[in-house]
Design a protein around this ligand. Structure first.
Ligand code: CAA
Length: 241
């Protein structure tokens, strides 16, 4: 029987590409989404991938959603923590709400999700956790004190948990995408994107969601069992660590 993969934020943007790539690689895929029913239903109709709605910032909702997936599809063996939001503002204009929303989704969401599949992975002695961080968690980004803090936190979470999972054959890795041509990036003011961001990308273009999805498929595979606690950077050469 093929493995079950759960992708948060898996019906749009990078997450949609990840869900499709995992399906094409033979996984039984569940795609979580938080709010956009229309896009999620269209995604389901186009791909046949099952979609499940809950907010990853809500611990209880994560528990209920995962229990539903496990009873309908099977135990989650691959978890891709991809769901993320932006609430960009210069720090002097950033509100506590903008701070908390981003931390709660982009950082606490990883705890909320991973905590609920971890015991099952330990019991079965197999698991793959792939956390989608960001170039802006590595280098920081003006207008993103909240997002950069959360995404940097995701890297610490990855490295700590990798050490705990290793003896149980659970790998925990992070991917740091650069600027990818999704709705999130295209929401950046056009002038900033064209004059400030794209010129900083040596390959001269935004990345494509499928380029991140291929990284996930590799890290989720049995072939990647010796790779854990690592950060895979895919940013067109914009930033090296
Ligand atoms: N890189 C370089 N310069 C930037 C910048 C960036 N990413 N973002 C803003 N600036 C510059 C602007 O060009 C502007 O400079 P000038 O005054 O010299 O023209 C200055 O910062 C202030 O910007 P604004 O005039 O736009 O000020 P604002 O208060 O109206 O808006 C902002 C500030 C909300 C940060 C807005 O500029 C913005 O959204 N910037 C983009 C921030 C960004 O890069 N977000 C990443 C989103 S994509 C993502 O998060 C996915 C991922 O993982 C990579």
């Amino acid at each position: 029987m093929s493995r079950v993969a759960l992708v948060t934020g898996g019906t749009r943007g990078i997450g949609a590409a990840i869900s499709v790539a995992l399906k094409n690689a033979g996984y039984r895929v569940a795609a979580n989404y938080a709010g956009n029913d229309e896009k999620a239903n269209a995604f389901h109709d186009a791909t046949g991938i099952a979609v499940f709605k809950w907010d990853v910032s809500d611990y209880a909702a994560c528990g209920e959603g995962i229990a539903k997936i496990e009873s309908e599809i099977g135990p989650v063996e691959v978890l891709v923590n991809n769901a993320g939001i932006t609430r960009d503002a210069m720090f002097h204009k950033m509100t506590p709400q903008q701070w908390h929303e981003v931390i709660n989704t982009n950082l606490t969401g990883l705890f909320n999700m991973t905590h609920q599949v971890w015991t099952g992975m330990r019991d079965r002695s197999f698991g793959r956790i792939v956390n989608i961080s960001s170039i802006n968690g590595q280098k920081g980004q003006m207008g993103q004190a909240n997002y950069s803090a959360a995404k940097a936190g995701d890297l610490g979470f990855t490295k700590a948990l990798a050490q705990e999972g290793a003896a149980k054959n659970i790998t925990v890795n992070a991917i740091c995408p650069g600027y990818i041509g999704t709705e999130m990036v295209l929401a950046v003011p056009e002038k900033v994107l064209n004059e400030r961001i794209i010129p900083q990308i040596p390959v001269g273009r935004l990345g494509e969601p499928e380029e991140i999805a291929r990284c996930v498929t590799f890290l989720a595979s049995d072939d990647a069992g010796f790779i854990t606690g690592s950060t895979l950077t895919a940013n067109g050469g914009q930033f090296f660590v």
